[in-house]
Ligand binder design. Structure first.
Ligand SMILES: [Zn+2]
Length: 97
């Protein structure tokens, strides 16, 4: 008897956790804070520090070390695209042309 309901229960648990992961990833990427609030109306077990960390991850996209933000077109480009760098920042090849 005990083994009877132990087997199907295990499979159910497996698929459930996978689906939960699938749902969480796009949620985090899109950064829809409103959705998260609806998901956890009470917000229990979710400290504020953790939430602000998530927000920062989504909203702030700092250029990588090999990237720069052009001061003319405000696009993040690879450093190989720098035409010249001034006091205000770097200008990409396209804007300098
Ligand atoms: Zn540019």
């Amino acid at each position: 008897m005990a083994t009877d309901y132990d087997a199907p229960r295990k499979t159910e648990d497996d698929s459930e956790s996978i689906e939960a992961l699938k749902e969480r990833v796009p949620d985090k990427l899109s950064g829809t804070v409103g959705d998260e609030d609806a998901d956890n109306p009470t917000g229990f077990e979710l400290p504020g520090a953790d939430l602000s960390d998530l927000e920062l991850d989504v909203v702030v996209l700092p250029p990588q070390e090999d990237e720069f933000t052009c001061i003319e077109c405000f696009l993040v480009k690879h450093r190989t695209q720098i035409d010249h760098e001034g006091a205000a920042g770097a200008v990409c090849i396209e804007c300098a042309a």
